[in-house]
Design a binder for this molecule. Structure first.
Ligand SMILES: NC(=O)C1=CN([C@@H]2O[C@H](COP(=O)(O)OP(=O)(O)OC[C@H]3O[C@@H](n4cnc5c(N)ncnc54)[C@H](OP(=O)(O)O)[C@@H]3O)[C@@H](O)[C@H]2O)C=CC1
Ligand SMILES: CC(=O)N[C@@H](CCC(=O)OP(=O)(O)O)C(=O)O
Length: 354
């Protein structure tokens, strides 16, 4: 049951996992959102500390202390964002939903519909498979907004899956490419790995360096394949190679697809028309090359379509900010839709240059 009074008043929001990169990014948007009251924000490691003491950028905007998750009164919220590692939201989702609280999970607990597949990739047993069936995959440009609006539980997409699916979508919808031979060569900034301490994200390891990882299989592969296969109406074949590049934010996806039809098609026109009504997808003029810095800090995905030497290989370039359209911004976009607000409310910040 969804609480009826929230349509009239401010949305009381809770954030679980407020000390992480997506948590602080949620705070950046929600602290200035005209319809949101941030009620509680949790951390186990920093419980009791002022939020603005840890994140000085929020001084004057957020007047709250981190609360231990065990003491946070999440059931008093209308909506809870889980900005936690995989496997946390699924332990609390059922109880919260039964109390009338809606959930947006920024992790992957509810993204993959096939539980066996999820358990294989995530290496744990799912705590509430029945809720996975109900969860709505929150990529608004692909999923019907009506489904998001009425959802009790949103599975917010992963950062790589957002850039890759938005890039391939028009080609697959139009049935123009060989869907068994898709290639996604994708680069991510280091904040994609989160704020926790890990050797591979140390400055001396990640700066002045560039490497692929997860080539035999990355857990975003089944997520991307699930989304694109749904659009295609059959199983797609995808080679997905993620890379870590020495920048802080940003995803750059270089996508390759082989045209399967010999009919003449204006790909630029196809992409422009497909995304004409989308506030957060910008199709660049023909011949352009999007840059990650052109979307930094913003909820925008910029896309360019190329057909080099007029061959039958299409190259799509798709860039996002992994922490925004790839995580927190998209989560707020979903929140706006869920609560009947203008979809762009609070997330129209201009990208940060240089
Ligand atoms: N970074 C990115 O670009 C993206 C991340 N995501 C996903 O979003 C989620 C959050 O990512 P990110 O912010 O980068 O992660 P971080 O590692 O930066 O932060 C994780 C947060 O979760 C809290 N936390 C950790 N364990 C628990 C627990 N057992 N119970 C409650 N809280 C816990 C941590 O605080 P404390 O330990 O103090 O409790 C911290 O605030 C992840 O699932 C990630 O995969 C999705 C898209 C993009
Ligand atoms: C650079 C980097 O390490 N990126 C992360 C993906 C971040 C993300 O979106 O992960 P979730 O699916 O867990 O939400 C990775 O490859 O594991």
């Amino acid at each position: 049951m969804i609480k009826p009074e929230i349509r009239l008043n401010m949305i009381n929001v809770g954030i679980v996992g407020g000390t992480g990169y997506t948590g602080v990014e949620l705070l950046r948007f929600l602290a200035q959102h005209p319809k949101v009251n941030i009620k509680t924000i949790t951390s186990r490691s920093e419980a009791g500390m002022e939020v603005a003491e840890l994140f000085t950028s929020l001084r004057g905007y957020v007047d709250l202390k981190f609360i231990d998750p065990a003491e946070s009164k999440l059931t008093e919220c209308d909506l809870v964002f889980f900005a936690t590692p995989n496997g946390i939201a699924m332990q609390q989702a059922e109880a919260l939903i039964n109390s009338g609280v809606r959930i947006i999970d920024l992790a992957a607990d509810f993204r993959i519909k096939d539980i066996t597949e999820w358990e294989k990739w995530y290496g744990m047993q799912h705590a509430c498979p029945e809720l996975v069936a109900e969860a709505v995959y929150g990529l608004p440009e692909i999923i019907s907004r009506d489904q998001i609006k009425t959802a009790r539980l949103i599975a917010n997409p992963g950062c790589y899956p957002t850039a890759v699916q938005l890039g391939f979508l028009p080609l697959i919808e139009a049935g123009l490419v060989d869907i068994k031979q898709l290639i996604a060569d994708v680069k991510s900034g280091v904040s994609g790995a989160g704020r926790k301490a890990e050797v591979h994200t140390l400055h001396a390891e990640a700066s002045d360096n560039f490497k692929a990882y997860g080539v035999p299989g990355h857990r975003h592969l089944p997520e991307i394949k699930q989304g694109l296969s749904k659009v295609a109406g059959e199983q797609v074949g995808l080679t997905f190679v993620p890379h870590l590049v020495p920048m802080i934010r940003g995803i750059h996806a270089t996508l390759y697809a082989r045209l399967s039809s010999s009919k003449q098609i204006n790909l630029q026109d196809l992409y422009e028309k497909r995304y004409a009504g989308e506030a957060f997808v910008d199709v660049l003029p023909a011949g352009r090359h999007p840059e990650t810095r052109s979307v930094r800090g913003s909820n925008i995905c910029r896309i360019a379509v190329h057909r080099p030497q007029n061959s039958d290989t299409v190259v799509i370039l798709s860039v996002t900010d992994n922490l925004v359209k790839g995580a927190a911004g998209q989560a707020v976009q979903n929140m706006n839709i869920m609560f009947g607000l203008p979809e762009t409310l609070g997330i129209t910040q201009i990208p940060l240059l240089p």
